[in-house]
Design a binder for this molecule. Structure first.
Ligand code: SF4
Length: 429
């Protein structure tokens, strides 16, 4: 087994948990929370996402979803026309009519999300009230829940947080002594299945996932529920689960061999799993992950990397590239820094990086150019101009759409960072 290049003990002890955060509140270049529908609709197979928005919102989701064509799609936009926006039409009546048509045509829908957008927010359409009214009308056939994906209120991954927080409030109540482990955060099915096998081998049996694949199987939650976050952007979801009595199990995030081990260890410790059993269960997949990382580490070690704030995955990913690939983060930007959920990741980062929250895009571009990184992780809007300046980029959205959590995906995750550099090297040759 090959030892991983760990940061020096002095740096490791301090990490950047106490590093001053550069807070920026200028212009930002981030998608809105509607984007989350693209991966959530694939996960929740009996749910439907009805965006109450404009043609712009419809275009955003269609283009983010790319060429995916379904015989029966699981998202759509109820387009608000000029008459609605000018207050000339009763938007509630229009919405009721569209929902009635949709549910008549699609009896397979068991859960309907009414998703707010900038236009619905601007005209102050009360979607919570509409969801309550419609839920009553269609009970018990369909459950109707609302959340906001508007660009005024949410960035990119906050859409998933808002969706899961809304769902968390609807979960059935568990008995006080009904012990369970809840994994919060949308994971691809393959990753979910791998984790289930490992939890089973650890003897942790009552494991549920939020969101579940089918909403008819919503997990129950109560004081004996322990929850582990699979994604770092779930602040409101965590709060909603805590309000239901569940207890958060603090852990790093399951990226790479080490992140995955520590994430699983946190769950195992909360279930008092014997250390020897834990080591035995994780030994083989951990060794496979380390082996898969090795060639990428040889290629990437020492490369400088700059993260623009986009997905909120930036801090755990920076930890992964630093700890497991030997890359050097220059700046790690994130739209929001939830210190409480990131404390263990921050402790593993070097203390001499710039840690920034929010964005002032021009100033950040200047810092990026001055830093002269080998690789920049950023949103789509910044990637093309930076590439044109000769800087290799990785689209952060790809890190959301690709299965990257867990041992078996460690090599694929590293490959995502290596690919832009390999491509650029080929072009230079
Ligand atoms: Fe644009 Fe707002 Fe619609 Fe998002 S919700 S696509 S930011 S109009």
């Amino acid at each position: 087994m090959t030892a991983l290049p760990h940061p020096s003990p002095t740096i490791r002890a301090r990490g950047c948990s106490e590093t001053d955060v550069l807070k920026e509140r200028g212009q930002r270049e981030v998608f809105c929370g509607l984007t989350g529908i693209v991966w959530l609709h694939r996960k929740l197979q009996d749910a439907f996402f009805l965006v109450v928005g404009s043609r712009t919102c419809a275009h955003l989701i269609q283009s983010a979803a790319g060429v995916m064509i379904f015989a029966e799609p699981r998202f759509a936009t109820a387009i608000m026309e000029e008459r609605d926006l000018a207050g000339l039409a009763d938007a509630n009546e229009e919405l009721d009519r569209i929902v009635a048509q949709l549910l008549e045509r699609r009896p397979d829908i068991k859960l309907l999300f009414l998703v707010g957008s900038c236009p619905s927010e601007v005209i102050k359409l009360d979607l919570a009230r509409a969801a309550a009214r419609l839920s009553q009308a269609y009970m018990p056939r369909v459950r109707i829940i609302n959340y906001s994906g508007s660009g005024i209120e949410t960035t990119f991954t906050q859409g998933e947080d808002a969706c899961l927080a809304a769902l968390a409030k609807e979960l059935p109540q568990a008995e006080d002594d009904d012990r369970s482990l809840l994994i919060a955060g949308a994971l691809s099915d393959v990753v979910e299945d791998q984790f289930r096998v490992i939890f089973h081998n650890l003897g942790i049996t009552n494991v549920a996932i939020l969101p579940p694949r089918r909403c008819v199987a919503l997990p129950s939650v109560g004081p004996a529920t322990r929850f582990l976050l699979a994604q770092p952007f779930l602040r409101d979801t965590a709060r909603a689960l805590e309000e239901r009595g569940a207890k958060h199990v603090p852990a790093p995030f399951p990226f790479g061999a080490e992140g995955t081990t520590e994430w699983l260890r946190a769950a195992a410790d909360s279930y008092h799993v014997d250390t020897q059993r834990f080591d035995t269960v994780v030994a083989a997949p951990r060794a496979r992950a380390r082996k898969a990382l090795k060639p990428h580490r040889l290629r990437l070690s020492g490369k400088r990397i700059f993260f623009f704030p986009d997905s909120q995955l930036e801090v755990p990913l920076a930890r992964f590239v630093w700890q497991e690939l030997g890359m050097s983060p220059i700046e790690v930007g994130t739209p929001y820094l939830h210190r409480q959920h990131l404390i263990q990741e921050l402790a593993l980062l070097p203390s001499d990086i710039v840690l920034s929250e929010g964005q002032d895009v021009d100033k950040q571009l200047d810092r990026c150019r001055r830093g002269n990184p080998d690789l920049v992780v950023c949103g789509l809007g910044l990637a093309n101009p930076l590439e044109a300046e000769g800087i290799a980029t990785k689209w952060s959205i790809e890190l959301l759409f690709t299965p990257i959590q867990g041992y078996e995906q460690a090599g694929d995750l590293a490959e995502l960072f290596a690919r832009p550099l390999n491509r650029r090297a080929r072009l230079e040759v």
